[in-house]
Design a protein around this ligand. Structure first.
Ligand code: GLA
Length: 763
């Protein structure tokens, strides 16, 4: 039983072999946070329970660690929720009413959520609080997974009173941690420069990130990590907090005068309010907490497991993803049917499996200033239409995929002529254009219905097996013509609910179609969207050096099966940098491989090289896409990068020399997660252009202990001969043979294995 209730202390304990989380009924009737962290045995904890209630020792509510703090009765830290009653007051003090514990996990209607496939995978406790004067009931849901250090949390607000009220803030999660000895890790960025990691010690006061753009944004990603100052990828304590949401969010930590740290994740309350009539309820999105006592790699791997297998849905969840060619960087808007067919035919010869037609195929779209909303083929470019083109391409033995941007409308479009009022805007004010386009009001049911019909017809009209769903601008002038004045605060959330509804309808109707999400690259790369589209275009930046950073940052929370990674032409279109084909491929292998170039312009040598890139990737695709991902430590991240993926059968290691420097020391690259006593067969990908010395030092039969504790010896030449941007890819086959007993180190003989490969993170 992973959830127990201790009658003596009135404490609920969620636990499994990796994690404990306890909350208790305080003497005031509120609920306090007792403990969360490394697992405790399931017994009574009277002293811990007492310590949650700082008020016992100190007459100040600001010393209490609350489970879901309210506003206005003496806790001056930020509340987890704010409810405004009809008389205008925002004071509330919800007290414990009841709780119930049951197997499995309930679903949240209309919102993405983790799920279970069997009841015994998880247990849930529902904690009900009630604020009698306002009549508002709050149900807090906590689900702990039996075999993973994962707790999913959310809240439901029910107006059980007689009067309408307004929810002005509703966090999905509040966690009052007892100390402030943490570093806060978040990511920030911009278009084509997403996911830059920032790490800083918690400071007294407020810190965090938020979006008010209508989408999660290139500028931040809806998660935060708290790590102990000394925690690294391979060791130390860390908490990860991730929000299953694609709209305006906030993720904050308030470090207070008594040294506690209040973590909150949820909808950004600056752009939110929700009216609840008598009897109505409101559900927050779900937040996911992951705990790791063993470093950030372990934290990431738990997120990967749960997002890959219990968030992503449909047949594509576990299927190998096709190698694709996307024509965007190869042609931009400038193509004809003839050109596309030539590209597809060349792609087929290289071993590519899916041809994706990107922007520019519809209306009269020769640049980005027109036609969004007119989802019919531009017959000037495509005389046979989408169906004719798709049939010719599938006739070559390729799959066919199509780009759309359903949520958008161009001023210059037939759709805008017919429905100018469908574009978001405030009556009497100008609408701001971004990328020459407006956004459709997805909070309106008629628009979601219209798009459902149009896109359904489009997909049914041709053999389409992949859709790239883009979203190239954020929202301005937020307002919906369909909402009354006192409900305009609901607009942003209703917009996202409309997006989810359209995704849900289309993915349910076309389970065989692979959906890839995109928002000018990584503008909506978040777990909410991953529940519908199992992969996303991570960034418009396809430069291999930049991708090393982007993919490593993304791997903090997201599995590599969730991102597309493409080899593009050089000089790179975003940075102007040139790197070798093998370097670009060795970076793009760690994700869902694709190409973003014009294959008709390749030389015979380049074609041959790409053919062997595709063949190699396909032979190891399951490991690349679904293997267990480790960020490996390198001596200087400005000079090197390295990572590893492991499946049952093999380990693939990418080592990247970034900048050359003469006479520098060799690198010892310590692998991770292997079985110390097993024998491994180490080789180099023959096309990799490796250094001979690196081959002779490292390849052959090696012990797991040797590879992890001794490491690979790399970049061991006196003078770096190969210049900048040089990669090596090790293919390590897992043998079944064990090292002879006398060759093992004592700890491994005793079964005290530091390696953890094979200890599968099960769900
Ligand atoms: C966005 C996407 C690109 C491409 C263009 C087309 O920027 O991220 O991959 O699809 O739109 O306009």
């Amino acid at each position: 039983m992973p959830i127990s209730f201790d009658q003596q202390t009135k404490t609920v304990h969620l636990y499994n072999s990796s994690l404990s989380y306890l909350f208790t009924l305080l003497y005031t009737g509120a609920v306090g946070q007792v403990y969360c962290g490394a697992p405790l045995a399931p017994r009574s904890y009277p002293f811990l329970a007492l310590s949650a209630s700082g008020g016992v020792f100190h007459p100040d509510k600001n010393t209490v660690r609350f489970e879901y703090p309210a506003y206005g009765t003496g806790d001056y830290r930020t509340p987890a929720f704010v409810i405004q009653s009809r008389n205008g007051s925002t004071v509330t003090e919800p007290l414990y009413q009841s709780h119930k514990i049951y197997d499995g996990k309930p679903s949240v209607s209309a919102l993405p959520a983790l799920y279970t496939e069997r009841e015994d995978e998880a247990q849930t406790v529902e904690l009900t609080l009630f604020d009698a004067p306002s009549g508002v009931r709050i149900i807090l849901y906590y689900t702990i997974f039996t075999d993973l250090p994962v707790i999913a949390r959310r809240a439901r607000f029910i107006n059980a009173g007689e009067e309408p009220c307004r929810v002005r803030k509703a966090m999905s999660l509040n966690l009052d941690l007892p100390d402030r000895d943490w570093h806060l890790l978040t990511v920030s960025g911009a278009w084509a420069r997403e996911l830059q990691i920032s790490e800083k010690p918690l400071m007294p006061g407020f810190q965090g990130i938020k979006s008010s753009r209508g989408n999660s944004g290139h500028q931040q990603n809806p998660f935060l990590i708290l790590k102990r100052p000394a925690t690294t990828d391979s060791g130390g304590e860390a908490w990860g907090f991730s929000l299953l949401y694609s709209g305006n969010f906030s993720a904050t930590v308030e470090s207070d005068c008594y040294g506690t740290s209040r973590v909150q994740l949820g909808i950004n309350d600056e752009t939110f309010s929700w009216k609840l009539e008598k009897g109505e309820s409101f559900d927050t999105p779900e937040a996911v907490l992951v705990y790791s006592p063993d470093g950030l790699n372990r934290l990431s791997q738990v997120f990967h497991t749960v997002y890959q297998s219990r968030l992503a849905r449909g047949p594509w969840r576990d299927k190998e993803r096709p190698v694709l060619l996307n024509n965007w960087e190869g042609t931009y808007f400038n193509f004809t049917e003839h050109k596309l067919l030539a590209m597809a035919s060349a792609a087929k010869e290289l071993g590519i499996e899916l041809f994706v037609l990107d922007d520019g195929w519809f209306g009269e779209r020769d640049n980005d200033s027109s036609s969004l909303g007119d989802w019919f083929a531009d017959t000037r470019k495509l005389p046979s239409g989408i169906a004719g083109l798709a049939e010719q391409i599938t006739g070559m033995g390729l799959q066919f995929g199509l780009w759309i941007e359903p949520e958008m409308i161009s001023k210059k479009s037939r759709l805008f002529e017919l429905h100018p009022d469908w574009a978001i805007g405030v009556p009497g004010r100008c609408r701001s254009e971004q990328r020459n386009q407006y956004v459709l009001d997805m909070s309106r049911q008629e628009i979601v219905d219209y798009l459902t019909t149009i896109i359904t017809d489009l997909i049914e009209s041709a053999p389409i097996s992949y859709i790239k769903w883009d979203m190239n601008r954020s929202i301005t002038e937020p307002f919906s013509l369909s909402l009354p004045p006192d409900r305009q605060g609901e607009f942003f959330h209703r917009y996202i609910l409309g997006v989810y509804e359209l995704y849900d309808r289309l993915t349910t109707r076309f389970p065989q179609v692979l959906f890839e999400s995109c928002a000018g690259g990584g503008g909506r790369f978040d777990p909410g969207i991953l529940a519908f589209a199992p992969q996303a275009w991570l960034s418009d930046n396809t430069d291999a050096l930049e991708r090393l950073r982007l993919q490593a940052s993304a791997s903090l929370v997201y599995p590599q099966s969730s991102w597309g990674s493409h080899v593009s032409a050089v000089p790179n279109h975003q940075t102007g940098r040139s790197t070798s084909l093998n370097f670009r491929a060795m970076v793009a292998f760690f994700g869902n491989l694709g190409f973003e170039l014009d294959p008709t312009t390749l030389s015979p040598e380049e074609k041959q090289a790409i053919a062997s890139v595709c063949a190699f990737y396909k032979a190891h695709r399951r490991t690349f896409q679904y293997g267990r991902f480790f960020r490996l430590a390198v001596p200087d991240p400005a000079l090197y990068a390295a990572w590893q993926v492991s499946s049952e059968a093999e380990t693939l290691v990418g080592f990247y020399k970034l900048l050359a420097q003469p006479n520098r020391p060799p690198v010892r690259l310590h692998l991770a997660g292997l079985e110390p006593a097993l024998v491994y067969d180490v080789s180099l990908w023959e096309e990799g252009g490796f250094e001979e010395q690196d081959k002779s030092y490292n390849c052959g039969q090696r012990g797991g202990d040797e590879l992890m504790y001794g490491g690979l010896l790399l970049d061991a030449t006196y003078v770096t001969k190969r210049g900048d941007f040089f990669g090596e890819l090790f293919v390590i086959r897992h043998g079944t043979a064990t090292l002879p007993e006398e060759e093992r180190k004592p700890a491994d003989r005793a079964g005290d294995s530091r390696g953890d490969f094979g200890k599968k993170l099960s769900v």
